[in-house]
Each structure stands twice: as structure tokens, then as C-alpha cells.
Design a protein around this ligand. Structure first.
Ligand SMILES: *[C@@H]1O[C@H](CO)[C@@H](O)[C@H](O)[C@H]1NC(C)=O
Ligand SMILES: *[C@@H]1O[C@H](CO)[C@@H](O)[C@H](O)[C@H]1NC(C)=O
Ligand SMILES: *[C@@H]1O[C@H](CO)[C@@H](O)[C@H](O)[C@H]1NC(C)=O
Ligand SMILES: *[C@@H]1O[C@H](CO)[C@@H](O)[C@H](O)[C@H]1NC(C)=O
Ligand SMILES: *[C@@H]1O[C@H](CO)[C@@H](O)[C@H](O)[C@H]1NC(C)=O
Ligand SMILES: *[C@@H]1O[C@H](CO)[C@@H](O)[C@H](O)[C@H]1NC(C)=O
Ligand SMILES: *[C@@H]1O[C@H](CO)[C@@H](O)[C@H](O)[C@H]1NC(C)=O
Ligand SMILES: *[C@@H]1O[C@H](CO)[C@@H](O)[C@H](O)[C@H]1NC(C)=O
Ligand SMILES: *[C@@H]1O[C@H](CO)[C@@H](O)[C@H](O)[C@H]1NC(C)=O
Ligand SMILES: *[C@@H]1O[C@H](CO)[C@@H](O)[C@H](O)[C@H]1NC(C)=O
Ligand SMILES: *[C@@H]1O[C@H](CO)[C@@H](O)[C@H](O)[C@H]1NC(C)=O
Length: 836
């Protein structure tokens, strides 16, 4: 992990923690918590190993990481019947009373063991760890009833390096050190949060010349320490005594005695109740030692002046955070000729103190001094304050009311790598303010106001000269747009991470210049789906966060933009899960596989995740199948209706043509076939109720000259063929058509036949001169016909044609037959112009 990764994680927000020693010139902040806090383990993915009947404990394992056993109500002895495969075991929250020999005999492979939070535990028997030769980390902490150890408790721990005995109920240090002395390679020992009260001269004597180099005795209610108490610890370099209640003279004498014998490098004396100013004798003693790192945080020193610090040529790191400092005089730190790291955050300084601007400093922390209140004075960086500080690599001015950054503010900081200006109430940043920071790699401008003014926006000149910048944090700056010409990111060719979360962006552009960008945070904006490529030139981009925006769907372009990512965050967007949902592409689904992304619309899907929605899939099938089914049904119904009403349709069609022809809209040409093709002289169309008349008609016409041949429905139609086919065929074979019009014919038959007759004969039409162009239709009216039964065509025919009338009078019948024979006789014998 590089410097900026660490800083990125730390976000340059540091709480109540103490800065500690670091090798080298420039140290990234390596923060050690003041109190040992219980480690937060990630229990996700753990599997049950089972319940041990003998001990009553339950054990689980996160494969490849660690195992843990528990049972607050049931677990009464150390669990022995499990096959633990990890190197780390945690036994916590049980009722185990005692750790006995043999309890750990199956666990000899363990490297880390934690026995924590077991409130009934009161004894660690001699020899409990006898075979634990591989154990290197051991914690027996937070066991409220563990008051003492036996001399042989830790026998066998030949490779143990780190031991945590935090917050048990130990009271006698001498008892512990007898047991601890048996651990040959012990390097770090945590005894914090026990109740020792006093450390006497021989308490550490059993551990004389051991390897121990780090000892923590924080919050142990220590009031007295014998001056030579630490002298046996001849390899000790780190001593933490914070949050105890000894007085300044006690610790002064301890240091005076200790430094001769112990190679201390780091001394932590935070929150030990020092007041007014650091005790001079103490500082003098420390000044004579090889101590390089001193933490005096959370004591109370209102003023630091030339008198406060004596010559301390070895001191490199000084932690004066939260000491209620009001004033640092210009010569306050002149004695600290090698000071490299100065931590002054959380004080009450009203401006950047001249005295803190030491030439050799590499790290200056001035966060949280003026506060953010508008009422207080600004923590001004006007003027060329940092011109001497050519060694400074980190400057943190976050959480001060800075108001404005000028183009001369950072002049001289030629080696600055990290600049923190978070929550600094900055309204104005002059053109090229950062241009004189050629080595800057990390710039934090989060939660400021400089981009809120739309006319200023995110200007190109802001990041002028930052060709080495790797991390730029602009979260919460109210940015509503990014210029494309000129592009504010134009010079940021080495930028790896860009933070633009919590802004007001609706669209984004201009990222193509960021050719080395790897991670991009755009969460909590108002972004909407985009249609033009945005990340097509960012070949290194691997991680994009788009949570809490306004995406209701993803476009094809977006999916293309995301193709090369390893991480994509899309939580809390108002995704619409309906049939138009179309990003079920492998890429996106793989990227979001571990995210819980809910559908937002429509309401029926709001409790589903995207994955669940897609699994249901019914949507896609319905989308395709339903219309097909409807189409099929529609066509089937249509075919049925067409077939069922086929006659009616033909009739309607015919009526239309007729209507049009009568109005001269269309013209019908006369087309008649040659006479020679006819088989019949006439086709007889009649109603079956008039059969008797037809029989007579046949007899009269076929048996006497000129022997007319008739086509009669019942006699001549071939069996098996449908009426319509027969009708058409017979019509085609007949020269004329004879209609026997009676009441029943008009009622039942005519409708069926009318159109076919009409089609065949074209007989209802007149030519241009108003003459009928077809004389092949012959009408015989049989008795009176009820007007109500006549169709318009039939009415029309009866009105416009002369028809033969059948009469009951015999004399008239003779004339009737004669007329009929003449009309139906073959052509050579009739006059073409004769109409009846
Ligand atoms: C542990 O492993 C041994 C042999 O590998 C086996 O006999 C025993 O049943 C296992 N115990 C449990 C609790 O799985
Ligand atoms: C553990 O301590 C609690 C109360 O401190 C007690 O009720 C319980 O019986 C003890 N368990 C065992 C196994 O002694
Ligand atoms: C022991 O603890 C240290 C610090 O917590 C850790 O870095 C180290 O990996 C641990 N060792 C083992 C073997 O778990
Ligand atoms: C103490 O430290 C010195 C030098 O750092 C080393 O040589 C010596 O072995 C250490 N003592 C023990 C007991 O480890
Ligand atoms: C400081 O360190 C130097 C060199 O390592 C050594 O000579 C000197 O004795 C040490 N001073 C004290 C007070 O331990
Ligand atoms: C700091 O102390 C110096 C010297 O005592 C004094 O001149 C100056 O006004 C003080 N500054 C503040 C801000 O109190
Ligand atoms: C700062 O800006 C002023 C004008 O606002 C300009 O005259 C001056 O040269 C600039 N200084 C630097 C170091 O760019
Ligand atoms: C920093 O600014 C953010 C956004 O304005 C605000 O929510 C947060 O409380 C501020 N932090 C501090 C410590 O003032
Ligand atoms: C900053 O630069 C822009 C364009 O380069 C210019 O319009 C603007 O006036 C400048 N602002 C200042 C304060 O110089
Ligand atoms: C925005 O910036 C312009 C130009 O610097 C200035 O005139 C205006 O007052 C600013 N508006 C606000 C609301 O700060
Ligand atoms: C999701 O989690 C699994 C298991 O932890 C992991 O292997 C996989 O890489 C993760 N997928 C993504 C995209 O982070």
C-alpha cells in the first residue's frame, strides 16, 4: 500500500489517537488507538463446526481465516472435541472457569489465540500452554474475574511475541512478571486497564534483560512508580503510561533514572493531568535521552513559549493535540532542532502560529483549530507563510475557517505531497493557487464552498500545475457542472482517484483526459442515465461508485462504459423493474453480484432485488407470448367470421359495386362467352316451395319444341358438391338464367343466389346509353310478392325489367309458355333485341 492509499483510507480525519514513531523522513500517519479496542472481526461466511456435548460450547469457523467458540449460557469448560483447521481461535463469552493442562492439546498448531470476555474465568493453570510452541499472538483480555496468574501459567510459549492482558482484574504486577519472565521472545506486552496502583522497584526484576521492547500500562490507575522500576527492561524502546494518575515529579524521577539503562525511543504520557505548561524538569530529562517521539496530548498547556521546551536535540515527533493551546510564541520550539513532526490539531489557535513553522518539519498537523464557526476569526493563510518550509511533505489545515486560498498561500512548499483542506470553509480559491506545489500527490478539498458559485464553478485554473497529483477529493463541494472546454482536469494526467461524491452533478463529462484514473466516486449526486461514452479513454478505470443517484435504468452506452470495471457500486438508485429492463448482461450482473440493489418501480417490485426480479423472468415470456396468442385468436375468429358470413360479404360487396355503377363511379364492360359452350339453355333459380311449378315448367319446356334444356337444382346438381360450387358451375354452363320469383323465393333463396347470379351475368348494369347490357336474365313472377321480403336489388330488377307473369287463367298460360319458349330458344331463332 502506498502513501496515498493509506491516506485515502484514513481520509485524513483523525480522531483521538496518538501519533507514533516512524522510520524515515516522511511518515504517513500511522495511528495507534489510545485504548485497546476490541477488534471488529468479520464473521460473514462462517460455518458451524458443531456443538460439543462435553463442554457445552459451540464453535464456528470462517474458512481460511479464524474459528470461534462461544456459549454464554452453556459453555462451561474449554471445548476440546472440535477439529479446528484455522491458525486462529477465539474463545469468547463463555462460562469457562479454568484453563487446564490438556485443554489445548489438540490445538498445538495455533498461531493466534484469544480468550476474551469470559467472565467466570479465574484461573490459568500451570502448564496450560505447554505444547503451544507455535503460538505467536496471545490475548487473554476482558475476563473480569481473572485476578492472578500462576508462575508456570505461560510455560511452553517459546515463540510468543505479542501478549495482550488487557482489562482483566489483575492487581499485583509482581505476580504477573514471574509468569511473563518465562516467555523468552516476548516483544510486546499490553497490560492496560488493570488496577495496579503502584509499580515498585522490583516488580519487573524477574524480566531483567528480556527481549521486551514495547510495554503498555495505559489506564492502570497508577499513582506511584518507583524511579528504577523499568530499569530491568533493558530492551524497552516504547513505553506508554497515558491516562494514569501519577504526578509530574514521579514521572520525572522515573525518566531520569530510566534513560541511563533503558533505550527508550517513544514515551507516551497523554492525559496524565499536566497543567499550565509542560514540566521543565521532565522535558529536560527527556531532552537528555534518546527519546525521539513524545506524546503529551490531552494535557493542558495554554501557552507555549521559549521557556517551555529546553534543548531536545533528539526529539523528532511531538504530539501536542488537544492541549487547549491558545498561543505559541515565535520562538517556542527553537530548542527542538530536529523536530520533524508537529501535531497541533484540536487546539484553540486563532491563526497559523509562526513558531510552528519550523524549517525542518516534514509533517505539520493544524486541523481543528479555529473551528468552523463563521463568528470566529478566519484562520488566514494570506501572505507567504510557508516560504521557509521546503522540507514539509504533509500539511493538514482541515476544519479551520480559512475562507480564501490565494496564489501565494502555498509558496515555498516545493516538497509538499499531501495537503488537507477538508471542511475549511473555503469560498474562494485563486487561479493557480496550487501551481507551486509540483510534488503534490494528495489534495483533499472536501466539504468546501468554492465551487458552489455557479459563475466560478470548477475552473481549469484550480488544478493548474498538479501533474503529479494522484488523489483529488472534491466530495461535498456543491459542484453542479464540470466544464469541458477548458477541462479542469486537463493537467491531472497522473490522477488515480477522484472523489466527486455528495455533489450536485446531473451530467458528467471531461474524464477522457484522466488517463490514469483507477477509482472514481460519483455517489450521492443527481446523475441520470447517459447516452454518450464517458469512460472510453479511461483504460485504467477499475472502480466506479454510482450509488444514490437517479438512475432508473442503464443505457447500452453505460454498460459499455462499465465493461472493464472490477467494482461497480449501484446501490440506492430508483431502478425501474419492468419489461423494458435490459441490463441482464453478464458484465453488470457479475459486478453487482454481492450488492443488494432493490427495484424502486413499479410498486409491486419494490421489495425485490434486481437479481430476484430477473429470476422471475415471467415478464419476458409474457411480453413475447401474449401478443402472439392474441394475434392467433384474432385471426382464427376473423377466418371463422369471414367463412360464416361469406355470402353476406359477397352480397355487400356486390351491393357496393352496384351502387357505384349506378352512380357512374365505375364502368362495367360487357363480356359474354361464346354461345357454343353452353350445355343448358337456362338455369332455373327457385325456392323449393315452388317445386310443383318447376316440375310443370320442365315438362312444358323440355318435352315440346324447341326442346329447351334446363338446369334444375334438384335434378342436375352433382351429388356431393356444395351448392355454391354447383351454382357457379351451372351458371357458367347456362346461356340464360330463369328466376322464379315468389314470396318464399324472396324470403329464403334470393339472398344466397343473388350475388352469384350477378357476378356471372353482369346483368344488373346498364351501358353508357342507359341500356341493359345483359339480356340473359329472365324473371317469372309467381303470384303476389310481399314488398317487405324484397331486397333492394330484387326490387330494382322488378322495377326496371319486364317480367313474365304466371296466371291461373288457362288462356293466358298458353301465351305465357309461348313467350317463354321464344325467349329461351337457342340464339339463331331469336331476335337479339327482343326484351320481355
Ligand atoms: C476429528 O478428526 C478425527 C480424525 O481426523 C475424527 O476421528 C473425529 O471424528 C473428528 N471430530 C469431529 C468432532 O469432527
Ligand atoms: C458464572 O458466573 C455466573 C455469575 O457470575 C454464575 O451465575 C454462573 O453459575 C457461573 N458459571 C459457572 C459455570 O460457574
Ligand atoms: C499477531 O498480531 C500482529 C498484530 O496484531 C499481526 O500483525 C500478526 O499477523 C499476528 N500474527 C499471527 C501469526 O497471527
Ligand atoms: C536486546 O536488544 C539487543 C539489541 O537490540 C539484542 O542484541 C538482544 O538480543 C536483545 N535481548 C534479548 C534478550 O533479546
Ligand atoms: C543514545 O544513543 C547513543 C548512540 O546510540 C548512545 O551512545 C547513547 O549512550 C544513548 N544515550 C542514552 C542516554 O541512552
Ligand atoms: C501570544 O503571545 C504573544 C507574547 O506573549 C503575544 O504578543 C500575542 O499577542 C499572543 N497572541 C495571542 C493570539 O494571544
Ligand atoms: C498571483 O496573482 C496576481 C494577480 O492576481 C499576479 O499578479 C501574480 O503574479 C500571481 N502570483 C503568482 C505567484 O502566480
Ligand atoms: C464537514 O462538512 C460536512 C458537510 O458540510 C458536515 O456534514 C460535517 O459535519 C463537517 N464536519 C465537521 C467535523 O465539521
Ligand atoms: C482566472 O482565470 C480565468 C480564465 O483563465 C479568468 O477569466 C479569471 O478572471 C481569472 N481570475 C482571477 C481572479 O484572476
Ligand atoms: C460568484 O462569483 C462572482 C465572481 O467572482 C461574484 O461576483 C459573485 O458575487 C459570487 N456570488 C456568490 C453568491 O458568491
Ligand atoms: C463477491 O464475493 C465473492 C465471495 O466473497 C468474491 O469471490 C467475489 O469476487 C465478489 N464479487 C465482486 C464483484 O466483488
Amino acid at each position: 500500500m502506498s502513501v496515498f492509499d493509506v491516506l485515502l483510507l484514513a481520509g485524513l480525519v483523525i480522531g483521538t489517537v496518538c501519533f507514533e514513531a516512524c522510520p524515515g523522513n516522511f511518515c504517513p500517519p500511522k495511528w495507534q488507538r489510545l485504548k485497546v479496542v476490541r477488534e471488529e472481526l468479520d464473521y460473514a461466511g462462517s460455518v458451524m463446526l458443531g456443538k460439543d456435548e462435553e463442554s457445552g460450547c459451540m464453535c464456528r469457523e470462517v474458512p481460511g481465516k479464524f474459528s470461534f467458540c462461544y456459549g454464554r449460557a452453556t459453555c462451561r469448560s474449554f471445548p476440546k472435541n472440535f477439529n479446528i483447521t484455522t491458525n486462529t481461535l477465539l474463545v469468547k463469552a463463555t462460562q469457562i472457569i479454568e484453563l487446564k493442562i490438556g485443554d489445548l492439546s489438540k490445538l498445538t498448531d495455533l498461531e493466534t489465540l484469544k480468550i476474551e470476555g469470559n467472565n467466570n474465568l479465574s484461573r490459568i493453570s500451570t502448564g496450560s500452554f505447554l505444547e503451544m510452541s507455535r503460538l505467536s499472538n496471545l490475548s487473554i483480555s476482558y475476563n473480569a474475574n481473572l485476578r492472578s496468574l500462576e508462575v508456570g501459567s505461560f510455560d511452553g510459549l517459546i515463540n510468543l511475541e505479542r501478549l495482550f492482558l488487557v482489562k482483566n482484574a489483575f492487581v499485583k504486577l509482581a505476580e504477573l512478571t514471574l509468569a511473563l519472565a518465562k516467555i523468552p521472545r516476548l516483544q510486546k506486552l499490553q497490560l492496560s486497564e488493570n488496577n495496579f496502583r503502584r509499580i515498585s522497584r522490583f516488580d519487573f526484576e524477574p524480566m531483567r534483560d528480556c527481549a521486551l521492547n514495547e510495554l503498555n500500562l495505559i489506564l492502570c490507575q497508577i499513582e506511584q512508580i518507583a524511579p528504577q522500576a523499568f530499569n530491568p527492561l533493558t530492551n524497552l524502546t516504547v513505553l506508554r503510561l497515558g491516562e494514569n494518575s501519577f504526578d509530574a515529579s514521579t514521572i520525572t524521577r522515573v525518566i531520569e533514572e530510566t534513560i541511563e539503562h533503558v533505550p527508550l525511543r517513544l514515551l507516551n504520557l497523554y492525559l496524565i493531568g499536566l497543567r499550565k505548561s509542560p514540566p521543565k524538569p521532565l522535558l529536560t530529562a527527556i531532552g537528555k535521552s534518546n527519546i525521539t517521539s513524545l506524546c503529551l496530548a490531552r494535557n493542558q498547556f495554554e501557552v507555549i513559549n521559549a521557556d517551555s521546551f529546553p534543548q531536545m536535540p533528539n526529539l523528532q515527533i511531538l504530539d501536542l493535540r488537544e492541549v487547549l493551546l491558545l498561543n505559541i510564541t515565535n520562538d517556542a520550539f527553537v530548542g527542538l532542532s530536529n523536530l520533524k513532526t508537529l501535531l497541533l490539531s484540536g487546539n484553540k489557535l486563532s491563526s497559523i502560529p509562526e513558531g510552528a513553522l519550523l524549517e525542518r518539519l516534514t509533517y505539520l498537523d493544524l486541523q481543528h483549530n479555529s473551528g468552523n464557526s463563521f463568528a470566529s476569526t478566519y484562520f488566514s493563510i494570506f501572505g507567504q507563510k510557508f516560504t521557509k518550509m521546503k522540507n514539509l511533505e504533509l500539511l493538514d489545515l482541515s476544519f479551520n475557517a480559512i475562507h480564501a486560498v490565494y496564489n501565494s498561500s502555498f509558496l515555498g512548499l516545493v516538497n509538499l505531497r499531501i495537503l488537507g483542506l477538508k471542511n475549511a470553509t473555503i469560498f474562494y480559491i485563486a487561479n493557480g493557487s496550487f501551481a507551486m506545489l509540483p510534488k503534490l500527490v494528495f489534495l483533499n478539498l472536501e466539504n468546501n464552498h468554492f465551487a458552489k458559485n455557479h459563475s466560478m464553478g470548477l475552473r481549469f485554473e484550480l488544478f493548474e500545475g498538479l501533474g503529479n497529483l494522484r488523489v483529488l477529493l472534491l466530495g461535498g463541494c456543491g459542484i453542479s457542472f464540470i466544464n469541458k472546454h477548458p477541462n479542469p482536469f486537463r493537467e491531472l494526467k497522473n490522477l488515480r482517484h477522484l472523489g466527486l461524491e455528495r455533489n450536485k452533478l446531473i451530467t458528467i463529462q471531461g474524464f477522457e483526459v484522466l488517463i490514469n484514473l483507477r477509482t472514481l466516486d460519483l455517489s450521492q449526486n443527481g446523475l441520470q442515465p447517459w447516452y454518450g461514452r464517458i469512460f472510453h479513454k479511461n483504460y485504467q478505470l477499475k472502480d466506479v461508485r454510482l450509488g444514490n443517484n437517479r438512475f432508473s435504468f442503464l443505457t447500452e452506452t453505460m454498460i459499455k462504459d462499465f465493461e472493464n470495471l472490477i467494482n461497480l457500486e449501484l446501490r440506492n438508485n430508483p431502478f425501474t423493474c419492468d419489461c423494458s429492463f435490459s441490463w441482464n448482461t453478464g458484465t453488470i450482473m457479475r459486478l453487482i453480484e454481492n450488492q443488494t440493489i432493490f427495484c424502486a418501480f413499479p410498486e409491486s417490485t419494490t421489495r425485490l432485488t434486481i437479481q430476484e426480479f430477473l429470476q422471475q423472468e415471467h415478464c419476458q415470456n409474457l411480453a413475447l407470448v401474449l401478443p402472439l396468442v392474441f394475434l392467433f385468436i384474432f385471426i382464427a375468429v376473423l377466418i371463422f367470421l369471414l367463412y360464416y358470413f361469406r355470402w353476406h360479404l359477397r352480397y355487400w360487396l356486390f351491393l357496393t359495386r352496384l351502387y357505384l355503377s349506378r352512380n357512374g363511379k365505375i364502368r362495367i364492360h360487357k363480356e359474354r362467352s361464346a354461345y357454343t359452350n353452353y350445355i343448358y339453355d337456362a338455369f332455373v333459380s327457385y325456392s323449393s316451395e315452388d317445386r310443383n311449378f318447376v316440375i310443370r315448367l320442365v315438362t312444358m319446356l323440355e318435352n315440346y319444341p324447341p326442346f329447351i334444356k334446363l338446369c334444375v337444382y334438384e335434378r342436375d346438381f352433382e351429388v356431393g358438391t356444395t351448392i355454391s360450387e354447383n351454382v357457379l358451375e351451372s351458371l357458367a354452363k347456362s346461356r340464360k338464367t330463369l328466376l322464379i320469383i315468389s314470396n318464399s323465393y324472396a324470403k329464403s333463396q334470393w339472398c344466397k343466389w343473388e350475388s352469384q347470379l350477378a357476378e356471372h351475368h353482369r346483368l344488373f348494369f346498364r351501358n353508357e346509353n342507359g341500356e341493359y347490357i345483359d339480356d340473359s336474365l329472365i324473371l317469372i313472377k309467381l303470384g303476389p310478392v310481399n314488398e317487405a321480403h324484397l331486397t333492394p336489388t330484387l326490387k330494382y330488377l322488378l322495377k326496371t325489367r319486364i317480367y313474365l307473369h304466371w296466371d291461373v287463367e288457362e288462356k293466358k298460360q298458353k301465351v305465357f309458355w309461348e313467350k317463354l319458349r321464344t325467349t329461351l330458344a337457342p340464339p339463331q331463332e331469336i331476335n337479339e333485341n327482343t326484351y320481355l
